[in-house]
Ligand binder design. Structure first.
Ligand SMILES: [Zn+2]
Length: 261
């Protein structure tokens, strides 16, 4: 879901300037012109390098960024955004909707569809969450349990990814120094030269083949830090349907960012 940015010719650039000054200018610009009235999803950035004004859709944080060359006037930037207001709104509307952790939401967790079932109980001392084959049952004294559910799912992801990674590492006789499971935005997994692995917790929403492939990929890096044929051979040995998983991640990986907003 990528959109080409719409460039508009504008003044040429620009000597480098300090980040702080640009940030200050950005704030002033936002105080002076009601960019947020054009769209609450519009973000502005004053760039020392940009040559032209441009609008960029940022799928991950559901915003449209207006890039303003440093030398351009804020007034012309505002008029540019105003002229493209409809395009901005349309672009946001077309983005995949975030999937929130609320009552009745269906989530594919570890390869199975499960429905969130929240019971509100003001006398409950803590939020209690339990996952069965098809239900994520939540008993809570909170009006908003979304962040608790998120924390619970991150724990589930940690346990699952850790045990999968250790099991695979054992098969190739390698040691994992450390495993981090976090809220990464740009990569699903990584492997450092000193044997530390990290994964995105959102992998638990991917089909089993895809999750298995990502874990195999990072574990295989314990033997080969490149993407050579030898590396792919290890990867294949560690994940039976790795081509299927790899394809799924390539085509649908971006969708995983929708979960939990
Ligand atoms: Zn790799």
């Amino acid at each position: 879901m990528k959109k080409a940015s719409k460039p508009l010719l504008s003044s040429k650039l620009s000597a480098p300037s300090s980040k702080d000054l640009l940030e200050e200018r950005r704030e002033k610009a936002q105080n002076r012109y009601p960019f947020h009235e054009i769209s609450p999803h519009l973000d502005i950035k004053i760039s020392p390098r940009a040559r032209r004004m441009a609008l960029r859709v940022e799928t991950k944080n559901r915003t449209v960024k207006l890039v303003i060359p440093k030398r351009a006037s804020i007034r012309s930037a505002y008029e540019f955004a105003l002229k493209n207001a409809e395009w901005i709104q349309q672009s946001i509307d077309e983005l995949p909707k975030p999937i929130e952790f609320t009552h009745g939401t269906e989530l594919p967790v570890l390869g199975k569809m499960r429905i969130i079932d929240i019971s509100y109980d003001p006398s409950a001392k803590v939020t209690d969450i339990e996952m069965t084959d098809d239900i994520i049952r939540v008993i809570t004294n909170k009006k908003e349990a979304g962040s608790r559910i998120r924390r619970y799912l991150i724990d589930v992801a940690k346990k699952e990814l850790t045990s999968m990674a250790h099991e695979k590492a054992e098969r190739i006789d390698k040691d994992i120094k450390k495993i981090d499971v976090k809220d990464t935005t740009s990569r699903w997994g990584s492997c450092s030269h000193d044997g530390k692995l990290s994964f995105s917790w959102r992998l638990i929403f991917a089909p089993s083949d895809a999750m298995d492939y990502v874990v195999a990929h990072e574990v295989a890096h314990l033997s080969h830090l490149d993407h050579s044929p030898a590396f792919w051979k290890v990867c294949e040995a560690l994940s039976e349907r790795y081509t299927k998983g790899k394809r799924w991640m390539r085509d649908n990986g971006g969708d995983l960012m929708r979960y939990g907003g």
